[in-house]
Design a protein around this ligand. Structure first.
Ligand SMILES: *Cc1c(COP(=O)(O)O)cnc(C)c1O
Length: 464
């Protein structure tokens, strides 16, 4: 049996286009239990080729019922993982070409497009011109890269060479900082215990006084503080640390200053947001996930760093099979992070930035910020509810006044409807709902529907 690629491709494109129109009829969160999909799948691989029409039918029947629809406009959970038409189109072309963009020579235009896209974003985000960027798969990788480069720069590249020989390095972030920092501390052999989690103030921002105390204590006890992470938009509540204050301390104690702006950093494309990020350009490295809120599908984590020599010294390798005569100017992104093989992710950014234009992206974000403001207004006007933390972006953190289990029951009953999906966090022990309004196609009607559901369900819960 010979598969006809043209016919199959047409079917898939038709599926893709249809998916976008029917997504709102699908439940945002599937109602399945662990093992349901496994039970539908044969335990043995097929021996003979199968018809593509059959494969696609089984995808509809076995897989789709177990999918969480991240592009549903009423997906208000976690942070969005935006996709958009130009991003989808770029992914199709990328998949067709199946490139490995590890070295310049393995696809010269891919490397050079990545260089130019990162220059575009440096400008679009208002980052200073001494930042250079590359695209990583995730913020977790970007932060680990920063933590390693900082370590090597601080120890004169000794740990890469000899392994740890008793260096007592310490790193700092707030208790609200993302779990990827702790994961990186484990992966690079720093040790979770040597990552100090500094308490936060009433706005969930790191306490500078306690940070300085911790640094001084470590120095007094003979350790070497080397790395500081500031948050621009924590995952729980999108809180922002005092970046200028952190930058001052980083300078005073010679720490590498990394900013985790994985989600909210995308909003730096709006000039009116930048005053929140005063101190940003004092950082040594910054990570912003275009794959969260910049209309570009996962994966596309943009990582900005000033000292690219230290970066390359940390990661560069040159086995015989990669050696070739080339000038020192040639950029080989294999030397900029842990992976050798790399995807052609810059194509997505190029398509997205040209399809929307910077002004188009700004208009969409401003719309979402206004929707969040509107939603916040409804919450504030209803005396059954409270807004828990100041709203800085398109995330509203709110709760029903009263016990945690009422809030937990509310979230559960909302998500059970399949009409929307929200997630929660805890703020000072209080169970808090997060309304994240960041989908490509979210509009006022979706937010209104969500609020109607919330008020109906809380009434049903209190009437019980
Ligand atoms: C989402 C998020 C991360 C992790 O992002 P990945 O790309 O999934 O690794 C890190 N930090 C913050 C603040 C985040 O919101």
């Amino acid at each position: 049996m010979k598969q006809d690629f043209d016919e199959a491709a047409k079917k898939v494109l038709a599926w893709v286009l249809h998916y976008r129109t029917r997504i709102e009829d699908l439940p945002v969160l599937p109602s399945v239990n662990f093992g349901d999909t496994l039970a539908a799948l044969p335990t043995e691989p097929p021996k003979a080729p199968e018809e593509f029409a059959t494969i696609l039918r089984d995808f509809e029947q076995m897989i789709l019922p177990g999918i969480t629809h991240w592009q549903h406009p009423s997906f208000f959970g976690y942070f969005p993982s935006m996709s958009s038409p130009p991003s989808v189109l770029a992914e199709i072309i990328m998949a067709a070409m199946g490139l490995q963009c590890m070295s310049w020579v393995t696809s010269p235009a891919a490397t050079e497009l990545e260089i130019r896209m990162m220059e575009w974003l440096t400008k679009a985000f208002g980052l200073s011109a001494d930042f250079t960027g590359s695209i990583q798969d995730s913020a977790s990788s970007s932060t680990m890269v920063a933590m390693l480069v900082a370590r090597e720069k601080r120890t004169d590249f000794a740990i890469n060479h000899f392994g740890y020989r008793g260096e007592a390095l310490t790193a700092y972030c707030s208790t609200e900082a993302h779990s990827s920092i702790e994961k990186a501390a484990k992966m690079i052999g720093l040790g979770k215990e040597n990552l100090r989690r500094i308490p936060v103030d009433q706005n969930e921002a790191m306490r500078l006084d306690l940070l300085e105390e911790a640094i001084c204590r470590d120095i007094a006890e003979g350790r070497t503080p080397y790395f500081l992470v500031g948050a621009f938009g924590t995952t729980g509540t999108t809180a922002v640390d005092d970046l200028a204050g952190l930058a001052r301390l980083a300078k005073r104690y010679k720490l590498w200053f990394h900013i985790d702006a994985a989600y909210a950093g995308n909003a730096l494309i709006l000039p009116e947001i930048r005053p929140l990020a005063t101190g940003l350009n004092e950082a040594d490295s910054v990570v912003i996930n275009a794959h969260k809120w910049l209309l570009t599908a996962f994966d596309c984590s943009t990582f900005f760093i000033k000292d690219t020599d230290a970066l390359k010294n940390t990661f560069s390798i040159l086995p015989e099979y990669l050696k070739r005569e080339e000038s020192d100017d040639v950029v080989n992104f294999r030397d900029w992070g842990p992976g050798l093989g790399r995807r052609f992710r810059s194509l997505k950014l190029w398509f997205v930035l040209r399809w929307y234009g910077v002004e188009g992206v700004r208009a969409l974000m401003r719309d979402q910020l206004r929707l969040a403001e509107t939603f916040e207004g409804w919450v504030r006007a209803d005396e059954r509810f409270e807004v828990v933390t100041p709203r800085l972006f398109n995330v509203v953190c709110f709760r029903v006044k009263g016990a945690n289990d009422v809030n937990e029951a509310l979230l559960q009953s909302l998500n059970d409807t399949g009409e929307l999906f929200m997630t929660h966090t805890k703020v000072r022990g209080n169970y808090t709902l997060r309304m994240v309004i960041g989908q490509t196609n979210v509009s006022l009607s979706h937010v209104e529907r969500a609020w109607a559901l919330i008020t109906t369900h809380i009434k049903a819960l209190s009437d019980r």
